[in-house]
Design a protein around this ligand. Structure first.
Ligand code: SDX
Length: 428
C-alpha cells in the first residue's frame, strides 16, 4: 500500500496520494485537492514548500550539499567533462558518444551566424544599457528572424531550435559587451570550440591578433558547467511558466534572462563584487558589513550568502572557491578582493546569526572574483551566469513540453474589497 496523507477538513477526512522520487524525496499530490475538499486550495508564497513538477534533469540535496546533472555529480563533471558535453547531457539526458557530440557541435555551427538586421536592434540601445536588459531583448528578437523556433512540433524541429539557441545566444550575449565598449560586433569562428569562441567574440579586435589563454578557457569551461542547471530556481521556473503557454523557446529564454537579472538571483554575482569593492574602499572592515547584514533595520544583505535550498555549503561555491585560487595564481594575479572575500566568509561562518540561519556562501560568492581576473567587466557577470544556465533552461523547457504539462496558472486567496456598487464621480 503506498503512503497517503490524511487531512481532516470541514468534518471530512481527505486522503491524498504521496509520490516518491528517485532519491526518496516525497510530495503530497494535491492536484485533486480543491475538488476533494469542496473548494479549499493551498498557499505557499515563494513556493518554499511546493513542488511545481517532477523532473529527471537535476537532483540537489540542500541539506547534504549535493548537486547532480542526470545522475552525474558536478564534482566529476567539473573535473572530467567540458561545457558542450555537459550541455548535451543536461539537454538530452545522456553523455554523448564522440559522434553524437561532434554532430551536436556541427549542428550548432550551422546557426552561429546571427541575422545582420539584429545589429539594427542593438544599435538602438544606449551604450549605458545594462547588458542583461539588452540580452533579454535580443533573445526575444531572435524569434522574429527564426519564426520556426516558436512552436516545435517534432523531435527534428526541437533539435534545430535547441542548436539555434545554443549558437545564437552565445553570440548576442557577447554583443552586449561589444555594444557597451563601442567595439565592432564579432562573428563566431566555426574552426574554434564553443568556450574559446566566447572569448574571441568578447575580446578579439580587428586591429590585432587574438589568442585565447588556455587557462582562461579551462576556467570558464568549469564555471559554465557549474551554472548549467539548478532544478526549479526562479529563472528556470520562469522559463517553464512562459513555455507552458506554448510561447516559443526564444521568448521563454528571454523571460528567464530577465528573472536571472535580479540581485536576489543571478544578479547577485555582480552585487557580490560591488559589495566586496565597497568593503575594500571602506578600509576592509568586514566585521562592519557582517554587522550590517545582521541588523534587522538595515536592508543590507551579505550578497553571495544564503540560499533557498542549500542549508549547507553550496557545492558549487566550494569548487569555484578553489578555482579562484588556482586561476589567480596561474595568471599571477594577487587580487586583494579575494582575501577580503575569504575574510568575510570566515567571519560570517563563525557568527551565530549566519550559523543559526544556515547561511553559507552560494554559487555567486566567488564566481565574480574569477570573472574579474579573466577580464570580464562586472556588469557582464550575470550575462556569464546566463550563458552557463542556457542548457538548463533549454532542457527544462524541452522536458516541460515533452511532458505536455498544463499551462501554469496558480490560484490565490482574494483579500480585497467585498462587492460594492459604482459611485458617480459627482457623489465621491
Ligand atoms: C542564486 O534557487 C536557486 O537555485 C538560485 C541559484 C541558481 O543556481 O539558480 O542557486 C542562484 O540565485 C543564488 C542566490 C544568490 N542570491 C544572493 O546571494 C542574494 C543574498 N541572499 C538572499 O537574499 C537569500 O539568501 C536568498 C534570496 C538567496 C534566499 O532567500 P530565502 O530562501 O527567501 O530566505 P529568506 O530571505 O526568507 O531569509 C531567511 C532568513 C531571513 O532572516 P529572518 O527574517 O528569518 O530573521 O535569513 C536572512 C533573512 O533576513 N538572510 C540573510 C541573507 N539571506 C537570508 N541575512 C543576511 N544576508 C543574507 N544574504
Amino acid at each position: 500500500m503506498s503512503e497517503t496523507a490524511k487531512i481532516e477538513l470541514g468534518g471530512k477526512t481527505i486522503e491524498l496520494p504521496v509520490i516518491e522520487g528517485t532519491e526518496n524525496e516525497k510530495a503530497i499530490d494535491i492536484s485533486a485537492f480543491r475538488g476533494m475538499s469542496g473548494g479549499y486550495i493551498t498557499i505557499d508564497p515563494g513556493f518554499k514548500n511546493t513542488g511545481s513538477c517532477t523532473s529527471a534533469i537535476t537532483f540537489l540535496d540542500g541539506e547534504e550539499g549535493i548537486l547532480r546533472y542526470r545522475g552525474y555529480s558536478i564534482e566529476q563533471l567539473a573535473e572530467k567533462s567540458n561545457f558542450l558535453e555537459v550541455s548535451y547531457l543536461v539537454i538530452f539526458g545522456e553523455l554523448p558518444t564522440a559522434a553524437e557530440l561532434q554532430k551536436f557541435e556541427n549542428s550548432i555551427r550551422k546557426y552561429t551566424l546571427v541575422n545582420e538586421e539584429m545589429k539594427g536592434i542593438i544599435d538602438g540601445f544606449p551604450r549605458t544599457a545594462h547588458p542583461m536588459g539588452v540580452l533579454s531583448s535580443l533573445t526575444s528578437a531572435l524569434t522574429a528572424f527564426n519564426p520556426k523556433a516558436v512552436n516545435v512540433n517534432s523531435d527534428e524541429e526541437m533539435y534545430e531550435a535547441i542548436c539555434k539557441t545554443m549558437a545564437k545566444f552565445l553570440v548576442i550575449a557577447t554583443w552586449t559587451y561589444r555594444k557597451k565598449m563601442g567595439f565592432p560586433l564579432n562573428y563566431y569562428d566555426n574552426t574554434k570550440g564553443y568556450v574559446e569562441n566566447f572569448l574571441q567574440l568578447m575580446f578579439s579586435l580587428p586591429t590585432e591578433t587574438y589568442k585565447a589563454n588556455p587557462v582562461v578557457i579551462d576556467a570558464l569551461d568549469k564555471l559554465f558547467i557549474l551554472h548549467a542547471d539548478h532544478e526549479q530556481n526562479c529563472s528556470t521556473s520562469t522559463v517553464r511558466m512562459v513555455g507552458s503557454s506554448h510561447a516559443g523557446l526564444f521568448a521563454s529564454i528571454s523571460a528567464g534572462v530577465s528573472a536571472l537579472w535580479g540581485p536576489l538571483h543571478g544578479g547577485a554575482n555582480q552585487a557580490v563584487l560591488e559589495m566586496l569593492e565597497a568593503i575594500q574602499n571602506d578600509g576592509g572592515d568586514v566585521a562592519k558589513y557582517v554587522a550590517k547584514a545582521k541588523d534587522k533595520d538595515d536592508p543590507f544583505r551579505l550578497m553571495g550568502f544564503g540560499h533557498r535550498v542549500y542549508k549547507n555549503f553550496d557545492p558549487r561555491a566550494r569548487i569555484i572557491k578553489k578555482a579562484a585560487d588556482d586561476v589567480l595564481s596561474s595568471l599571477g594575479i594577487n587580487d586583494p578582493i579575494l582575501n577580503i572575500a575569504k575574510q568575510l566568509e570566515q567571519v560570517a561562518l563563525e557568527d551565530e546569526y549566519f550559523k543559526s540561519k544556515n547561511l553559507y556562501p552560494n554559487v555567486d560568492f566567488y564566481s565574480g572574483i574569477i570573472y574579474r581576473a579573466l577580464g570580464i567587466p562586472v556588469d557582464m557577470f550575470t550575462v556569464m551566469f546566463a550563458i552557463g544556465r542556457l542548457p538548463g533552461w533549454i532542457a527544462q523547457w524541452k522536458e516541460m513540453r515533452a511532458n505536455n504539462e498544463p499551462i501554469g496558472r496558480p490560484r490565490q486567496i482574494y483579500t480585497g474589497a467585498p462587492e460594492r456598487t459604482y459611485v458617480e464621480v459627482s457623489n465621491r
